[in-house]
Design a protein around this ligand. Structure first.
Ligand code: G6P
Length: 501
């Protein structure tokens, strides 16, 4: 069966994502291009499958190359990350004019889709030029993917195996699949097409605000299988297909019909490389020298993460429970992100001021309540933070999944363990029931939940953390990858007649 080929490494996969699994940097002294490996969990799970099946990765290298023929460098010999084995011949870089790419990436992806899909329509801009750039760039990704498919078909090495899986990722590439399908059909290039959305899919009432909503749905429906993190997002998507396009749908079996094809919609909640985090936590040296309990926040600096609300809730805690003064510290790590977008620049300003104000209000000669890091943190140091914190605050206003919650529990190897505080508006909230659930909008309650976490008895912490860790170990990122491959294998069986709506 196809399952043997996919899971036993013969199956070929072409991954299409906005970013390649590494970024290119130009060495200032030598002028040579160098790879900077990405440490993300997704890359950890997907890269080995691409490498094993002699597949390809189509994506943006993170830098504009004046000469589109400039060779992509091989990985550094000391690189021991999963992408090290990804030869440059397997990399298909996207080249786009900087102005076009800016309209696509900063304009449409991050100015329109990101806020809208996180149900924050007031932050979204709808600009026809940005949309046109989005269309053009998606076309460019599709063209490169088609070239890649042609190459694979010509390559004897890949003959007589099951058709390659083309796996398109995320909101930056919601149109690409449709073009790939059409051209592949015209040229008789065999492939199975899949799409996975890493962010929430909003309810119809929000989605319909998008002037180009039909095109987006049709683009995604070019695939054979469409994955989301949780069932709610699947149902939102199905709802939109029915109401916007008039598709026949089957909510029970999660199927959508369009143009005589049946598309499978699947919840595939992503996990983290659990065991890798455990071993990082075992190895990492202590980096926090403090007698106070650490409350940890780790986020990209993004308005969806609820950072302003979080800092205010922490301030409320110090007001309402002054017994914690000089006993606790909030360590907030904010990783710079999308710094060209004004919303992100404004948020950075707001956070800088808020941290200053709260620290100014509560700092004593020997203590400050907030340690604020604006920057990147290495994996090992991060594991030490996760391990040595008493509480993790994962309180986004909206989040597709949120992997920080999962990484934190993986690193909680010390006894007695800490406490996870989690927003119900993160996809992770659907499964991680033993966390303390906290509505980030409700400041008084959020302050109380942090207080509760700080005074929680040891035995309760142990029970909660054991459950959380067991579930995440079982449902780690490799298991996500396997579920995806399994869902692709069972496509033929699913494509039966569509049932009642
Ligand atoms: C989210 C998105 C990813 C994106 C990442 C970082 O996790 O789902 O597609 O790559 O944010 O954002 P950036 O804009 O820097 O790629």
């Amino acid at each position: 069966s196809a399952s043997r080929s996919a899971c036993n490494s013969k199956g070929t996969m072409i991954v299409v994502s906005n970013r390649l699994p590494f970024i290119l940097k130009r060495n200032e002294k030598t002028g040579e291009l160098e790879r900077k490996a990405s440490a993300g969990g997704l890359v950890t799970a997907v890269a080995p499958v691409v490498i094993r099946g002699k597949g390809l990765w189509v994506g943006w290298p993170g830098i504009h190359l004046e000469d589109p023929n400039e060779k992509i460098p091989e990985s550094d010999p000391n690189d021991n990350t999963p992408t090290a084995g990804l030869l440059s011949s397997k990399i298909v870089p996207i080249h786009a004019e900087p102005a076009l790419f800016d309209s696509y990436y900063n304009g449409c992806c991050n100015g329109t889709f990101w806020p809208l899909f996180h149900s924050m329509p007031d932050r979204a801009t709808f600009n026809a030029d940005h949309w046109r750039a989005y269309v053009k760039c998606n076309e460019e990704f599709a063209k490169k993917t088609i070239n890649a498919l042609r190459l694979l078909q010509e390559n004897k090495e890949n003959k007589n195996t099951s058709p390659p899986i083309v796996w398109v990722h995320d909101y930056q590439l919601m149109l690409a699949a449709n073009w790939i399908r059409q051209t592949a059909e015209e040229e008789d290039l065999k492939c199975k097409l899949a799409f996975f959305l890493h962010i929430p899919f909003p309810p119809w009432d929000i989605f319909r605000l998008l002037p180009w909503s039909d095109e987006v749905l049709q683009g995604i429906l070019g695939c054979d299988m469409v994955g989301f993190h949780i069932t709610d997002y699947c149902l939102n998507f199905i709802d939109c297909c029915q109401r916007n396009l008039g598709c026949r749908v089957d909510r029970k079996n999660l199927l959508v019909e369009l143009g005589g094809r049946t598309i499978c919609i699947r919840p595939l909640p992503i996990g983290v490389p659990f065991d890798r985090f455990v071993s990082l936590a075992e190895k990492a040296k202590p980096v926090l020298s403090t007698n106070q309990k650490i409350i940890l926040g780790v986020d990209r600096l993004d308005y969806t993460k609820g950072l302003v609300h979080r800092l205010k809730a922490f301030e409320r805690l110090l007001e309402k429970h002054p017994e914690h003064i000089e006993k606790i510290v909030l360590l907030q790590i904010s990783v710079p992100s999308r710094t060209d977008v004004k919303e992100y620049q404004d948020l950075k300003e707001e956070l800088d001021q808020l941290v200053g104000r709260i620290n100014g209000r509560f700092t004593t000669p020997n203590w400050s309540p907030i340690r604020y890091i604006y920057g990147c943190v290495g994996q090992e140091e991060l594991a030490a933070f996760y391990r040595d914190s008493s509480v993790a605050l994962v309180t986004p206003l909206r989040d597709g999944m949120n992997l920080v919650a999962k990484e934190f529990v993986a690193c909680q190897i010390k006894k007695p363990p800490g406490v996870l505080i989690l927003s119900p508006f993160a996809g992770a909230g659907e499964m991680m029931h033993e966390a303390l659930i906290c509505n980030p909008y409700e400041l008084d309650d959020a302050a109380e939940v942090i207080h509760r976490a700080l005074i929680m008895p040891e035995d309760e912490r142990i029970v909660r953390m054991n459950h959380l860790r067991r579930r995440e170990q079982l449902n780690d990122v490799d298991s996500w990858m396997k579920s995806f491959l399994k869902a692709m294998d069972s496509l033929e069986e699913e494509a039966d007649d569509i049932g009642a709506t």
